[in-house]
Design a protein around this ligand. Structure first.
Ligand SMILES: [Zn+2]
Ligand SMILES: [Zn+2]
Length: 286
């Protein structure tokens, strides 16, 4: 049994819709996947339905973008979330709206620089997914203002550039709290060479696991994260972060974890739920 616990669909910036992703995962021999779209849970019910049909275990998840005081971005995965929870839906929708307004403002600033890109084209490039800087970059590329997406970032829309607008701020601790509130397990996504102190703080705030296995991690990074996770009794996860974008170079399942890690996640989830039920019961009888 093999599991890939980090996959994107068209609900955010992936190219496969939830059904296509499930079919692809089955064809590739995966037995468990997690749908972890950026700041949305919209692809989950379709993926669950397809999973039941094709005999694939689908874990409902989300990947929340958070921003630290120094503007550095951290992604927090929430696995096994109650994706229908109204509070979760409300927070995610507010985040998407904030992201939308940010991209509108960045497009406006690009236009003020004399570059003829339109907001409707940027939106079109985003398809049904969340609109983001890569779409604006592609609009600039299309018009020939830059010769690559990278150049669009370094000249116009990267941090410190003339059309840059800071991201809407959700703190990592807020994402962790929200994920736990909806019975999910908060995991730090692709932590890279994260400072121990920063990680310690996140764990104190309720972080429960580390995404150890990820395409962005080289061997020394993976080893260090593995040791950190083991040493601090954190849960271990991993996945391909598959988006299906041209040039990405890998399929779902390119980075997987064995069944025992999934079982550990499941156990942690159950004890989290029991704790919540206990608390609710105590309240009832008080
Ligand atoms: Zn990420
Ligand atoms: Zn991702």
């Amino acid at each position: 049994m093999v599991a890939d616990l980090h996959l994107h669909t068209t609900a955010s910036d992936g190219t496969l819709d939830p059904e296509e992703l499930v079919v692809r995962a089955v064809a590739l021999g995966l037995t468990t996947i997690a749908i972890t779209d950026h700041d949305t849970a919209k692809g989950i019910s379709r993926a669950l339905r397809a999973g039941r049909r094709f005999g694939l275990h689908v874990i409902p998840g989300v990947e929340m973008s958070t921003v630290l005081e120094d503007e550095e971005e951290l992604h927090i995965l929430g696995l096994f979330i109650d994706y229908q929870d109204p509070t979760l839906k409300r927070v995610l929708s507010a985040l998407r709206q904030a992201r939308w307004r940010r991209m509108q403002e960045m497009t406006r600033r690009v236009m003020k620089l004399g570059l003829q890109v339109s907001w409707s084209r940027v939106r079109e490039l985003a398809g049904r997914g969340a609109v983001g800087r890569p779409h604006l970059a592609r609009a600039l590329l299309e018009k020939g203002y830059v010769s690559s997406v990278g150049e669009a970032f370094s000249r116009y829309i990267g941090k410190g550039c003339p059309a840059y607008v800071p991201r809407p701020r959700l703190r990592p601790e807020e994402a962790i709290k929200l994920i736990r509130q909806v019975q999910g397990i908060p995991i730090l996504a692709h932590p890279g060479w994260i400072a121990r102190e920063r990680l310690r703080k996140l764990v104190a705030e309720g972080l429960m696991g580390l995404e150890v296995f990820h395409p962005r991690h080289n061997l020394p990074t993976t080893r260090r994260l593995y040791r950190l996770a083991r040493g601090w009794s954190l849960l271990l996860t991993g996945g391909s972060d598959f988006h299906g974008l041209p040039g990405e170079g890998w399929e779902p399942g390119a980075f997987t974890i064995p069944e025992e890690y999934v079982s550990a996640l499941l156990e942690a989830r159950l004890s989290l739920m029991n704790r919540e039920t206990d608390r609710a019961d105590r309240k009832k009888w008080r």
